[in-house]
Design a protein around this ligand. Sequence first.
Ligand code: ADP
Ligand code: MG
Length: 377
Amino acid sequence: MAKRVSILDQHKKPSSARVRVAVRLRPYMEKEDEKAPAACVRGLDSQSLEIVNWRNQLETMQYQFDAFYGDSATQREIYMGSVCHILPHLLIGQNASVFAYGPTGAGKTHTMLGNPSQPGVIPRAVRDLLQMTRTAAGGPENENWTYTITMSYVEIYQEKVMDLLEPKNKDLPIREDKDHNILIPGVTQKTINSFGDFDEHFIPASQNRTVASTKLNDRSSRSHAVLLIKVQKSQQVSPFRQLTGKLYLIDLAGSEDNRRTGNQGIRLKESGAINSSLFTLSKVVDALNQGLPRIPYRDSKLTRLLQDSLGGTAHSVMIANIAPEQKYYFDTLTALNFAAKSKQIINKPFSQETTQSIAALPAMKRPREEAETAAGS
Ligand code: ADP
Ligand code: MG
């Protein structure tokens, strides 16, 4: 019996084609808010959470993911639990991607970048990769390989790829070579030999990011920030083999519903571009996780760029960031419906307190078609 299962397994897609999904709930940012209406979302265990059902407040919706991190989870826990295990694959020439999804203010940049006292995924991964290549180069099994780490940093803004290391490159093309590697011809590549080298290029480049104000957040990011770390491995003796592993570390644009931010004009146009590329990303992730034959990578610049590093033999992790405050309720639902492996409606009130405060909120009224989307899947 056990043997039959393993034979069947061989015919399945490689498990890495699936995009692993983690959800991170950020803590309340103000002591005041903590006392205000009770949270509408709470963790159940290390893989699931529940949220009150706005359609029927006698019910909660329970969602399951590959991992759930509650509001006291540390940067280290997120990194160790969901990211660091993919790095060794880069040293054998495989690709990987990690992206932070979620509404503005829910903690994407904190998760990816963090700050000097709480470094996030990016500085931790860069440090570890530098260390891993040093160890591999000096190790006993090293058969005359040398390792080179390079970085590129681009922003996708209104379906244009811009080079953050060389801002005059404003609309770079995306191409595919004969081996199906995706490239950005002309993009700046900097070699990094130390963490100091990384910082020297990364910090000024981050300041080149396009940010604009919305009613939700003063410095809301309207673009996808895409950091590419390449590990190139070259054999110094015959047959002089070369292997390249690519790691994409992506801080996605805010997933908020812009019909509720009062956006107009240029902002609304931006929102359209952002939402359609996030929508394509959700279709790609869905198609990969359901094992569908056609993956719509070409429908947006972001997914086209990620084509060789998301799905297939690549290792991909999405961290959906959510916020506890009531005002984020529908954005949280959108993020959960994007991220969930499964969803179940449970016939039990979340808590009386929460139910009342949700009912009292006028912002909870949604247009009909949105209500359908929120209730779907
Ligand atoms: P986003 O990038 O999704 O818009 P940010 O990462 O900027 O959100 O987070 C919004 C605010 O919340 C920032 O001040 C950030 O430092 C803080 N924050 C986010 N997540 C956490 C967390 N897990 N612990 C402490 N502070 C956090
Ligand atoms: Mg941000």
